[in-house]
Design a protein around this ligand. Structure first.
Ligand code: AMP
Ligand code: ZN
Length: 116
């Protein structure tokens, strides 16, 4: 996709701190981290979001979760623990329309969502 920021990161057209670069999946540090470890795991080919049927083709999601576990090991948070999440839609604040799995850890993350 021409105008997609995460496609551009995968293709190396805009800079990012890449921590894993595979044939199908890439992982890079979030530019505005919410925790000491905040990494985004994305499919290399453009998929809009978790409701896009392409997310369920070719073991894409399986590989994203496998890479997330591997990166958690690399970052030294496999024992202390981490959170994996997808946002979808306005209530969840999905901002970038290229499927991405958030990997968060490196400190106690507290309850899963803020209670309002
Ligand atoms: P979401 O709210 O799930 O769409 O999350 C999008 C995430 O992408 C946010 O945490 C942003 O900080 C992050 N982000 C946006 N632009 C970049 C970028 N150029 N490099 C790394 N992370 C980014
Ligand atoms: Zn894209």
């Amino acid at each position: 996709m021409t105008d997609c920021i995460f496609c551009k990161i995968v293709q190396g057209d805009i800079p990012s701190q890449i921590v894993y670069n595979g044939a199908n999946v890439t992982a890079f540090r979030d530019i505005n981290p919410a925790a000491p470890v905040h990494i985004l795991i994305v499919p290399n080919r453009h998929i809009d979001h978790i409701r896009d049927p392409r997310a369920f083709e070719d073991d894409v999601l399986k590989e994203m979760f496998q890479v997330a576990n591997q990166v958690a090991e690399m970052e030294g948070i496999a024992e202390s623990g981490y959170r994996l999440l997808f946002n979808y839609g306005p209530d969840a604040n999905l901002v970038v329309p290229h499927l991405h799995l958030h990997l968060l850890g490196g400190r106690p993350l507290g309850p899963m969502i803020a209670r309002s």
